[in-house]
Ligand binder design. Structure first.
Ligand code: SF4
Length: 376
């Protein structure tokens, strides 16, 4: 056995890229054995608890102190006037975030509102539908949004497998208008349910405003037009005319008393998001079956990685170090599938060895649809 310090030095010398290459080779080996069809992939993300203690968490006061020191000096108060208290007018409030001193790459996040926030990393996984081979895996810090990673992930899947993805399933966390628009343009069938909108308690909700994509305007519940005014980080801002809102009977229910007109922000690909929402209501049995397969295919892979390969908690610190753990775990799981499949694939028939196609293999029949199992 090599000394443990040799293993550490090898990791440091090779870096994460070399281990990523090992993972890609395991995908290529599964592809050559016929375990991947590359046509249908299931995508999901899971959190990995960072290897840090609660005592190592602290708030980022330093950024706040530096920004306050860099702020320009305030004008002195007028003669006899009172000095202004509190924060300068043009300075926004900085929310102190907690970070870990022992592993600053891990960030506080949670998978569910009912659970507490924990310092974590996030693993983004794509699993092929045919035999559950992991065709792409990537690691980010815990607070990174999986929906924003999806388009790069599809490009990586196609590079790893050498096939074009035609059907992709994912859960509601990936339901971004920009993703639907990109997949429509690439003719990828995205089986991603659009979550129901959050109910606004006080104001008329955004869903009551109708978007007219042809004329690029939004119509409010009284039929008035909101026109595109500017753009911010969330998307395009549509604003109603102040004159329309002033005399409107719904004025008090539509926006706050301080504002002069109603503003609606529509994210990129909003028209594609609306189409996906309408389509979700008419999902066929095939699409519902695909989404049911998504559950056990990709979530089963995460469960296996956590219960059998120690991925529930990080073994090392630092994002590049954790990426190595993730690549190696995925490579090992792929090799397990390859090893389970290959020996039984050769059958002795008519005085010679024959190679069974994957669809006739007992493991494939076991995981196939009921109709396929009956036929087999
Ligand atoms: S307040 Fe303005 S935006 Fe709201 S419903 Fe009336 S006219 Fe439309």
């Amino acid at each position: 056995m090599p000394d443990h310090s040799s293993l550490t030095r090898i990791r440091q010398c090779w870096g994460a890229e070399r281990f990523k290459e090992i993972f890609r080779k395991s995908v290529a080996a599964c592809g050559e054995a016929g375990l991947i069809d590359g046509d249908t992939v299931h995508v999901d993300a899971t959190l990995i608890r960072a290897d840090v203690s609660w005592e190592s968490l602290t708030e980022r006061h330093a950024a706040q102190v530096f920004s306050e020191n860099d702020a320009p000096e305030e004008d002195p108060p007028p003669e006899g006037g009172q000095k202004r208290r509190g924060r300068p007018k043009n300075q926004s409030r900085i929310v102190a975030k907690k970070c870990s001193l022992t592993d600053p790459d891990a960030t506080l996040t949670t998978s569910c509102k009912q659970y507490r926030m924990e310092p974590s990393y996030k693993q983004h996984t794509a699993v092929d539908d045919r035999a559950g081979v992991i065709v792409d895996v990537e690691l980010t810090t815990g607070e990174a949004s999986e929906g924003q990673q999806l388009q790069q992930q599809v490009a990586r899947i196609e590079r790893n497998t050498g096939c074009d993805v035609s059907t992709l399933t994912a859960d509601g966390a990936y339901a971004y208008g920009a993703n639907y628009a990109a997949f429509e343009a690439a003719t990828i069938d995205a089986v991603i349910p659009v979550p129901t909108e959050r109910q606004a308690v006080k104001r008329i909700p955004t869903r009551r405003f109708k978007y007219d994509g042809r004329h690029d305007v939004v119509r409010c519940p009284t039929g008035k037009h909101l026109r595109c005014s500017t753009r911010n980080r969330q998307g395009v801002v549509y604003r109603a005319r102040a004159g329309d809102c002033r005399v409107c009977p719904l004025r008090t229910r539509c926006f706050s008393a301080k504002a002069s007109s109603r503003i609606i922000v529509l994210g990129d690909g909003y028209a594609a998001l609306l189409r996906a929402r309408r389509r979700r209501l008419r999902w066929s049995a095939h699409e519902r079956g695909l989404y049911a397969r998504h559950r056990w295919r990709v979530e089963g892979v995460h469960g296996e990685a956590k219960t059998q390969h120690g991925l529930r908690r990080a073994a090392r610190r630092g994002q590049w170090n954790m990426a190595i753990q993730v690549y190696l775990t995925a490579a090992v799981m792929n090799l397990k599938r390859l090893a389970a499949f290959c020996p039984a694939r050769l059958v002795w028939q008519g005085n010679e060895w024959h190679t069974l196609p994957y669809t006739d293999h007992p493991a494939a029949i076991k995981t196939a649809s009921p109709a396929r199992r009956q036929a087999a």
